[in-house]
Structure formats: C-alpha cells, structure tokens
Design a protein around this ligand. Structure first.
Ligand code: UCC
Ligand code: FAD
Length: 567
C-alpha cells in the first residue's frame, strides 16, 4: 500500500515556511557613521533634512528603478525598419528617470553651487553615496559629467564650453547634459600615450574633425564628450607618445538626438554594469570638435587629469557605498533568518563576520570622505600646500584600496545570505558583478599604484632573499599556532568559536606555505617557484596569534560588536 505524505507538501502545496527577505530601510537613518561624520563636520539642518528625505525617496521610489535598469538593459538599434543606419542606443524608462532625478536632486550641481563652501563636495558625495547602490549605475555618467565640468571650469569656461558647463551643472532636467570620457583605444587603456590613434584634422573654422576608434565608451547615450586625439599637420603627420596628445570637447548629438560622424560598432557584453551601455565607437569624421588645450599643444593628459581626479573620487564613493549597502541588508537579514535554533545575529561567528565588514567599511568611508574634504578645500581656495599634495596622493590610494575592499566585502556580504546571495532575482549578485569593475576602470590597481609613486620619492634598495626566510616564517607561524592552541583550551567557552575563522585561515596559509617551500626545494624547481614561496611567506601566516594578542576573541566584546553593527 502507498503511504501518503503530509498534505502541505502535496500537489500545489509547497510547505508553510517562507523566509522573510532583507528589507532596505532609509540608508541615511541606518548609517550611524555618516550621521556622526556630518554632525562633526557639517552640522547643517538643511543638509540633514535633504539627506533624510532623499533616503526615503531612495527606498520607496528609486531603488525599484535601479532594479528596472538591471532587468531592462540597453539595446543597440543599428538600422531602422527601412534599412537606414540609425545607431540608436535604447535605454530603459528607468534610466531616463534617473537622469531627471539627478538634475532635480543636484547630484552634480551641488559641487558647483558651493552653498556649503569647502564642505560642498562632502555634501554632494554623501548624497551620491546614498544614491549609488540604488542608482542602476547612473552614478557612472554622473561621475564623468562631474569630471567634465571640473575640466571645463579649470581651463576657463568660454566659447562653446560655456553652454556645456551650464548644462552639466544644471538642476533643470530639460537642460541637463551628461558627458562621456573617451580615452581608451584598442592598443591601450592604461598607456593612453602609446595607445591613442585618433587623428584630429584642423578645419578652416578653427574646429577639428576626429577620426579613430574608441574601444570603451560608457554611458554612450551622453550628450557630449571629452576625448583625446593627435592633431595632424598639413601633411597628416602627428607627434607620437603622450606629448602628441590633445584634449577635445565635442557635442555628439543633433537636435533629434542622433549621433553625427560616429558609428556605434556594438555594445559590450559585460560581466556587470549591464544597466549602462558601454559601446565601441568608430569616429568617422566627428566634426565641430574643439581643442581645449590649443594654447599648449600636447598637454592632453595633463588637461584631462582633473577629470581623472574626480571620477576616481566618485569611484571610491561608489565602492564604499556598495559595502555599506550590503551590510545594511546583511544585518537586517541576520535578524530575520534563523539557523541552529537562533537568529543569525546571535551566532558569535556570524556577528564577527559582520563586524569585520563593518570595520572595513568604516575605515573606507573615512578615507574617502577625507579626500572629498580635501578637494572641497582646494576648490574654494582653502587648501594649504600640504592639502594639495595630500589630495594628489590620496586620490589614487583611495581609489585602488576601496576598489579592492568593495569586491572583498561585497563578496563576503553575499555569503551572509547563504544560497540566496547567489540568486539573481534577489538583486544581490549584481552588486558583486558591479563591484568587480571598480578596480579596473579609471585606472587599474597597478597603474594607480604607479601613480602613487609619482607623488612620492623613495630611495630604493633591493635584496634577493633566500628561501630560508620563508622556512623561518613557516616555522615561526607553526610555533605561534601551537602556542595559540595551548592557551585557547584554557579560555572560557566561546573563545575558540570566535577564533575559528582565523584559525582556519592560519592553517591554510601555513600549510600552503609549507607546500610551496616543498615544491621550491624539488630539484626541478625554477627560480620563480622559489620566488613564489618567498612572496607567499611574506604575508602574515598566522593571523590567529596576532589577533589573539589584541584580545579580539574575548567574548566580552560581543555586546559592543552588536552595538557597532546595529548602531
Ligand atoms: O575608465 C574610464 C571610464 C569608466 C566609467 C566611469 C566610471 C566613474 C566612476 C563611476 C562610479 C560608479 S575612462 C578611462 C580611464 N583611464 C585611465 O584612468 C587611464 C589610466 N592611466 C593612467 O592614469 C596613466 O598613469 C596615464 C594615462 C595618466 C599615463 O600617461 P602618461 O602620458 O604616461 O603620463 P605622464 O607623462 O606621467 O603625465 C603627463 C602629465 C604630467 O604632468 P607634467 O607634464 O606637468 O609633469 C603628470 O604629472 O599629466 C600629469 N598627470 C596627472 N596629474 C598624470 N596623471 C595625473 C593625475 N592623476 N593627476 C594629476
Ligand atoms: P591594460 O592597460 O592592457 O592592462 C592590462 C593589465 O596590465 C592590468 O592588470 C594593468 O593593471 C596591468 N598594467 C598595465 N600597465 C602596467 C604597468 N605599467 N605596471 C604594472 N601593471 C600594468 N575607458 C574609457 O576611456 N571610457 C569609458 O567610458 C570606459 N568605460 C569602461 C567600462 C567598462 C565596463 C570597462 C571594463 C572599461 C571601461 N573603460 C573605459 C576602459 C578602462 O578604463 C580600461 O579598461 C582600463 O583603464 C585598463 O586599460 P586596458 O583595458 O587597456 O588594460
């Protein structure tokens, strides 16, 4: 005879339990550090209430548009039904709404109105920091728009750039323009001095006609662009290298919104940032381009540097905001999801994970806000020489460090939702995909590290270390591990649980170190095998010991951990 199962799991019944989803609450109210930072540096009632109201708008209106941008990605329409070439990039209605909202909320304008003097940039960036994770990546065109406005302002607003500047910084959606930043060509995105093949032919009216191929152009629905090219002489000759580069401004659409002198080759098929069109463009005689540095030929890179500074700051803001958003959702979820008989938030190891993410995020926030403070001082004439140097140095530092941190923290954040963190329609995986680009565009980590070197001078000495250094590291890490374990068993219950993750990491690092040394000692090993072992063993191999020394596994700190996360 067949035995029937419980009715709740038969036919249409799929069981009675449904997990509550993580809920996004007002991101301003849920961010104690942001509020504290503003209380300390910009205690303005108007700023507070603007961010508070904006935070509500994000939750109830904008966040949904952001999802719509992700689920309705842009499309390229190359031909109209009658076979005419149109090259139209069709974006979602939500993407259009983001543009209007950006103007209305002054997301670029605030930085130029300077209502709060040297703190105006901090105010603007705090607002963007709230907006970014809900923006469907509209923060990308805004970054380039801000950068273009900054370049134009720095070079002197005049002639054709006058209209552009007022549109880029407008609060009126009818007037508001966004800008592209076309630097990367097929031969090189980091080394633009060698990679740029675009040629600029002088025209009789003083403008230029551009021909070339731009390999990556993001938010290609922009109204204008700043781009690099080489001015050709009468014989068509150009100057090679960085010295031959000039900076051009071009409005790229006619009254009907059609591109002129440009063919959109195709849209990129990307890991993330799918909300936003990124295109390959053939500049097939783009006319009416204005050279912004004709007073000083070949200063293209130096002239676009202001754009790089600003877009790198935006990138850093976006990185921290992604970390903050995943934490806000994760801590909420930890109150709603239970495992092993209690909510996730009551599991010390889970709370430790959130605490570490929180500490990373707080550190990153303060670093980025300090850069915003410095650019605000510079723009309002308050910067000392030290401030100026610091701004130059910390901009690439913040960009490269937070870009990497965001990937790590958001990845960890996804895991805190268990399997659901991997499920597309929760919206969570897109956060990780979008974070991955933060360390690539606007200068990769290595390229920015070299930029940091440009800002400092160091005397170098180089030693070729021997393998014995690595052996000593592994030995001492093993001793440390033994010492830790001997002491840990005498500690109160819960101590080892808090140490479990670091303990596992320590075991993995020491063991891999031993394997690398073993492999490098083999008679067929190469110099690189030895070098790999040495490099591996340069890192801290036994973090559990040094963390134990700081007392961070003491269970007495658990209430403080929880208070920090939920503040
Ligand atoms: O990726 C892009 C857009 C993505 C979408 C927007 C996202 C925004 C965030 C969104 C958040 C959601 S656009 C492509 C970005 N491409 C890059 O970032 C290029 C990366 N490569 C570099 O940064 C390289 O270091 C180069 C291109 C700058 C190196 O070129 P050169 O020609 O070899 O540079 P030099 O010779 O070192 O520098 C030329 C001049 C020097 O000035 P002088 O001649 O007066 O000494 C440098 O000091 O430019 C100056 N300079 C700078 N000044 C170079 N870099 C800088 C800088 N960062 N700041 C100030
Ligand atoms: P490469 O320069 O070839 O670098 C490859 C690797 O080599 C990197 O790991 C790099 O760190 C390393 N490397 C290079 N030089 C050195 C060195 N000297 N020392 C050590 N390591 C080095 N560009 C635009 O101009 N406009 C845009 O709108 C735009 N949008 C983009 C959108 C997306 C989604 C992406 C992914 C890219 C976009 N880019 C855009 C291009 C981006 O800026 C470049 O991809 C980036 O600057 C790297 O250039 P590359 O791709 O040529 O890499």
């Amino acid at each position: 005879p067949t035995v029937e199962g419980p009715a709740e799991f038969s036919r249409a019944g799929i069981g009675g339990f449904f997990q509550q989803k993580p809920v996004l609450k007002n991101p301003f109210l849920g961010d104690a550090l942001l509020q504290g930072y503003l209380r300390r540096h910009l205690p303005s009632e108007a700023v507070y209430s603007d961010l508070l109201v904006f935070g509500e708008r994000l939750v109830y209106e904008v966040d949904g548009w952001g999802r719509e941008c992700e689920t309705t990605p842009p499309k390229l329409v190359t031909y109209d039904p009658w076979g005419c070439r149109v090259d139209r990039i069709v974006t979602s209605p939500a993407w259009q709404r983001m543009k209007d909202l950006s103007a209305q909320e002054g997301l670029v304008a605030i930085g130029y109105e300077r209502t709060y003097g040297e703190w105006s940039r901090v105010y603007q960036m705090c607002k963007l920091y709230l907006f970014s994770p809900s923006s469907g990546l509209y923060t990308c065109p805004l970054a380039m728009t801000d950068g273009a406005a900054k370049v134009i302002q720095a070079l002197g607003v005049s002639g054709p750039t006058q209209e552009a500047f007022s549109r880029l910084t407008s609060r009126n959606p009818e007037d508001f323009w966004t800008s592209g930043q076309w630097m990367t060509e097929r031969k090189g995105g980091s080394d633009v001095g060698s990679g740029t093949e675009t040629v600029a032919l002088p025209q009789s009216d003083g403008t230029y006609r551009l021909s070339g191929f731009k390999w990556f152009t993001s938010a290609t629905d922009a109204d204008m662009t700043l781009t690099l090219g080489r001015v050709a002489d009468r014989d068509g000759r150009t100057t090679p290298g960085s010295r031959g580069l000039s900076l051009f401004y071009a409005a790229v659409r006619d009254e009907d919104g059609m591109v002129q002198g440009i063919e959109v080759q195709r849209l990129k098929d990307k890991l993330g940032t799918r909300q936003m069109p990124t295109a390959e463009l053939l500049l097939d005689g783009l006319t009416d381009a204005d050279c912004l540095n004709h007073e000083c030929t070949g200063r293209g890179v130096a002239c676009i540097a202001n754009m790089l500074t600003l877009t790198r700051i935006h990138n850093s803001v976006s990185a921290v905001s992604g970390m903050r958003r995943v934490l806000q959702l994760a801590r909420d979820y930890a109150t709603r999801r239970s495992a092993f008989g209690k909510p996730l938030k009551d599991h010390p190891l889970h709370m430790q994970t959130l605490t570490r993410m929180e500490v990373e995020t707080r550190g990153a926030f303060l670093l980025v806000m300090d850069v915003c403070r410095l650019i605000g001082r510079e723009e309002t004439g308050h910067a000392s020489q030290l401030d100026t140097h610091l701004l130059r140095l910390l901009t690439p530092v913040a960009k490269l460090y937070t870009g990497k941190q965001a990937i790590a923290v958001i990845s960890e954040g996804l895991e805190s939702f268990g399997g659901q963190g991997y499920i597309e329609d929760t919206g969570l995986p897109a956060m990780l995909r979008d974070a991955q680009v933060l360390s690539i565009w606007e200068g990769t980590t290595n390229v920015l590290s070299l930029d940091v070197l440009r800002c400092i001078s160091v005397s170098q000495s180089y030693f070729l270390p021997s393998l014995s250094v690595a052996v000593r590291s592994v030995d001492s890490a093993l001793c440390g591990l033994r010492e830790f374990l001997q002491e840990a068993v005498l500690k109160p219950p819960g101590y080892l649980e808090l140490a479990a993750r670091d303990l596992a990491y320590s075991l993995a690092r020491i063991y891999i170190g031993a394997l690398l040394i073993d492999h490098a000692s083999w008679e067929g090993a190469s110099q690189s095998d030895a070098y790999a072992a040495l490099r591996w063993c340069e890192q801290e191999l036994c973090p559990v010991l040094s963390n134990a020394a700081t007392g961070c596994y003491n269970t007495e700190t658990l209430p403080q951990d929880a208070a920090l996360v939920y503040e």
